[in-house]
Design a binder for this molecule. Sequence first.
Ligand SMILES: [Zn+2]
Ligand SMILES: [Zn+2]
Length: 150
Amino acid sequence: MKTAVDKKLLAERMASFPELCLRAGIRVTHQRTEVYREVAATLEHPDADSIYRRVRRRIPQISLDTVYRTLGLFGEKGIISRVSYPGDRARFDGNTGQHHHFICTKCGLIRDFRSDALDAVRPRLKNVPCGRITSVQIELRGLCRRCARA
Ligand SMILES: [Zn+2]
Ligand SMILES: [Zn+2]
């Protein structure tokens, strides 16, 4: 299964990074750029530890703590999004556009997919007890192809 985003999309994401930081009011640093690159380059929705391992290949002196803080900052500023996976660590997503998630309940694989049918799902409610609804993201769970074959 494909794990890397298209080169063209990655180039677009990297080109937009300084603008995203500017809008978020944060400085562009080499470390932040490399942390962003790892999230932006993959379809895997990695957790902080795997991002740390990948960034360390290029910046051996970076600390796990810095990676955690950077991911937290990016999440807070909407530069990347956080995906919660029940009972697991936070996972991070370079795709901040409208999309839905498929989650494999066996191996924890998380993949994006687009669906006009799911985009069209509109709750009849405008509000729920905890707040006002502004968008809908649907999370589908099941077994990925590999786990289903096993
Ligand atoms: Zn699976
Ligand atoms: Zn996603």
